[in-house]
Design a protein around this ligand. Structure first.
Ligand code: UDP
Length: 472
């Protein structure tokens, strides 16, 4: 591995969504720290701002070894609202415009690879691109380098996506239940788990079934690198410390305040609710969820944003919640409501957090399970429906409250599911136990003791060896 030091250069191209930028930067950092390669991440101006703020605030990320390269982008050329370069403020039905718009990055990205090839005297070792930027494969081929796809989701969800993608069109199906090529016939999917977009893989041990399907079906080499989480989250101990992952997003509450609030609650007694960096629920669902939470009498932290149909950056209106809800929750201390960005890592790592009502985005899933926190699933988009199915059927760490933004939920249904997961009953206990076991497997993947290396570290070595043997 001697010649693998700084001379090698890897270029990364994430999709422009927070749930993709975060793991891309973490992967860049791990590759640099383990192998000393120079890394360039190419993205649009606004996303460069997010990444540079993250790097500037994180002493473990080495700048300038991780270069940020700005690709020109003008949202108004692409039917997107002004200054839209990220999924964060886009309604779901407009995200497809962002997918189309990112194809305009091909030409400046090709120019970047050419410039690097001239400057370094050879092409980059590889281009690691997002599963949503398939055009990077053409760029890599024409620039004499290889393209590796980094998928920021799980193997199960990605296998389902790839299988769907290769058997389009699916909207001709008029059955609610269907099977997917590659998956066993006994594994039926439901129409409400479908989303027409595409995403893969972290830890080898926790997803044997999904990986098996994915490898057999795609016949591609797959390296399971991850969890890509800060080391403090992988100690196996709960923490009340500030983890301080900066993402350049405006915090709704500081990590310190959040920890202070959590400290006032007993162990495993708080429910955390968040639908990720870009999704939200309908106003009628929001109302029932709030009433169910209040009825449950359980403490909660809710990272909330305006309901579907309203600009996610607009001021939050009290009329979207039951009358006096926010004041009551603040006065009784039953609930901490966070507008804007929540310190999710600090919340999930704290001993008082007992369950996570989540949209089952893959980052949130890994963050929760690494801390042994079971999940109440409410998948909304992308591959979240498959993640939730896998978390229920393969791992047994999740129960689903509902799916999507069209469904109707009731306050009683909310209260019941919270009680099932957080109450004394056997289902909740079993989920907690299984989440704890999965947490251990996740930590084991990054352990290095003597000559023993966890599966993620081995996969990283194998990946780099494969790249290096390709250029010999
Ligand atoms: N996140 C956060 N605070 C928030 C919302 C999201 O820290 O208020 C982080 C969360 O910890 C995760 C990422 O944003 O790392 C969301 O990624 P995920 O794959 O779960 O969902 P997506 O946003 O891609 O739907």
């Amino acid at each position: 591995m001697e010649d693998a030091k700084e001379h090698h250069h890897i270029v990364m191209l994430p999709f422009t969504a927070q749930g993709h930028l975060i793991p891309f930067l973490a992967l860049a950092n791990q590759i640099h720290q383990n192998f000393g390669f120079k890394i360039t991440i190419a993205t649009t101006p606004l996303n460069i701002l997010y990444l540079s703020s993250t790097i500037a605030n994180n002493s473990t990320i080495p700048s300038p070894k991780i270069n940020l390269h700005q690709l020109p982008f003008n949202s108004s050329d692409h039917n997107l609202p002004p200054n839209t370069e990220n999924t964060e403020s886009l309604p779901l039905n407009q995200i497809v415009n962002l997918f189309h718009a990112t194809t305009s990055l091909e030409s400046p990205f090709r120019a970047l690879i050419s410039d690097i090839s001239i400057e370094d005297g050879r092409p980059p070792l590889c281009i690691i691109s997002d599963v949503f930027t398939g055009w990077a494969n053409d760029v890599a081929k024409s620039c004499n380098t290889v393209n590796v796809t980094f998928t920021t989701g799980g193997a199960y969800g990605t296998a389902a996506y790839v299988s769907l993608w290769q058997h389009l069109p699916h909207n001709s199906t008029n059955k609610d239940e269907f099977t997917l090529p590659g998956f066993p016939d006994s594994c039926t999917f439901h129409i409400t788990q479908l989303h027409p977009f595409l995403r893969a893989a972290n830890v080898e041990e926790i997803e044997p079934f999904g990986l098996d399907v994915f490898r057999n079906y795609t016949k591609l080499p797959v390296w399971c690198i991850g969890p890509l989480l800060p080391p403090i989250m992988l100690s196996g101990k709960k923490t009340s410390r500030v983890i301080g992952r900066h993402t350049g997003k405006e915090p709704g509450v500081s990590p310190e305040q959040c920890i202070e609030w959590l400290e006032c609650n007993p162990e495993r007694s708080v429910l955390y609710i968040s639908f990720g960096s870009q999704n939200t629920i309908s106003s009628s669902q929001m109302m029932e969820l709030a009433m169910g939470l209040e009825d449950s009498k359980r403490a909660f932290i809710w990272a909330i944003r305006p309901p579907v149909g309203f600009n996610s950056k607009s001021e939050f209106k009290s009329e979207w919640l039951p009358k006096g809800f926010e004041e009551r929750m603040a006065n009784t201390k039953q609930g901490l409501i966070i507008h804007k960005w929540a310190p999710q890592l600090e919340i999930l790592c704290h001993k008082s957090t007992g369950a996570f009502l989540s949209h089952c985005g893959w980052n949130s899933t890994m963050e929760s399970l690494s801390q042994g926190v079971p999940i109440i699933g409410w998948p909304l988009a992308a591959e979240q429906g498959y993640n939730s199915k896998m978390l229920m059927e393969e791992m047994g760490v999740c129960v689903e409250l509902t799916r999507g933004v069209q469904s109707s939920i009731s306050r009683d249904g909310v209260k019941k599911v919270i009680e099932m997961v957080m109450g004394e009953g056997s289902k909740g206990e079993e989920m907690k136990k299984k989440a704890g076991e999965i947490g251990e497997l996740i930590r084991g993947a990054v352990i290095e003791e003597g000559s023993h290396k966890g599966s993620s570290l081995k996969a990283m070595d194998e990946f780099v060896n494969a790249l290096l043997s390709n250029i010999q």
